[in-house]
Design a protein around this ligand. Sequence first.
Ligand code: HGY
Ligand code: MN
Ligand code: MN
Length: 400
Amino acid sequence: MPVNPDRFLQDLHALRAIGASGVGKGVVRPAFSEADIAARDWLAGRMAEAGLEPHFDPVGSLFGLSPGAERSLLLGSHSDSQPEGGWLDGALGVIAALEVARAAQEAGGPPVSVVSFEDEEGRFGVTTGSAIWSGHLPLAEADGLTDPAGVTFADARAALGDRRGDFVDPARFTGFLEMHIEQGPTLDTAGEALGVVEAIVGIRDMTITFAGQQNHAGTTPMALRRDAFQALSAFNLALAERFANVVTPATVWTIGHVSLHPNAHSIVPGRASFSMQWRDGDADRLRRMEEIIRDIAAEICAARGMTCEFGPMLGLEPVAMDEGLRAALARAAEAEAPGRWRHMPSGALHDATNAARLMPAAMLFVPSIGGISHDFAEDTAEADLVSGLRTLARAVADLD
Ligand code: HGY
Ligand code: MN
Ligand code: MN
């Protein structure tokens, strides 16, 4: 099934230009932004030109459906980005899927459908669009989610207007394959070209708010303060200590978003709201970490005469990739880059986690230069992009 690398690369760069950040190759295409919707409209046009039936679901996930009644293999990823996104995160998997679908049609089969899920990057939730599609997150619950500026998912998705159709029946598909950049250092450091994903970690994510006493920064003695930032600082230090005999070197946790109120030089902050996110391959370890997080937060606030509030917790369980699809990817990787590929876990979350709830799912990684991602500097060597594409096409032909 011969793919067309030039056509593939042209489409990758055309998509990059929609919402280009002006910094390196970076993009700014948060879910439902003008750039995100423009990118989806462009993609719908390319899908139609490829002989696929473009179809938006109620939350903006865009499918390019293989024509005819035959069930098809679904390939894809997401085209929305982080607030400061790389040009390949998600986009690579969507454009590779489009190119393989075109090549499959030109070769007379097998039937391949394409998808770009919405809000994988979690402006509102965690892999929101595919979590809703897979039944993990009820639409009514999702509609009440808000972004950091307080915009609701319901209001944001209204920007799609009458593009929105029904949810696509998962029974149309025989399985799901997602190509993605590794977003970590493993392949780049090893000088390898391809990763066949064994499993995707689980994740927990919530917002915690510490409330104390806003006060004058000059006249309030340190011993009398109920300073929300100092409480957050103590919380963060205690986390590292209390996690020590629970976590492994593969466990990660992040406080990535902090808002202090009123965020002024001369005012003791009375309130600190912060994101608390943790990931691991073991569901029981995620649970034990949650207990420690809630305990420490409560202890610190009680000791300082402050209050602590936990927002709704979102999460996904760790999931193993499908053995049969993984074996096809492994055969394709060995054919494409003999001895320069490996089986490996995914520390990043992906739509494949949700697709795996509905059908066999598997993932293929290509290297990230310097292991950098979720940053405008994210990049991958062109040769690695093309070898990933060829490997994906080999696996699709193998599965036919
Ligand atoms: O955070 C993640 O793992 C994904 O890139 N949204
Ligand atoms: Mn991604
Ligand atoms: Mn991402």
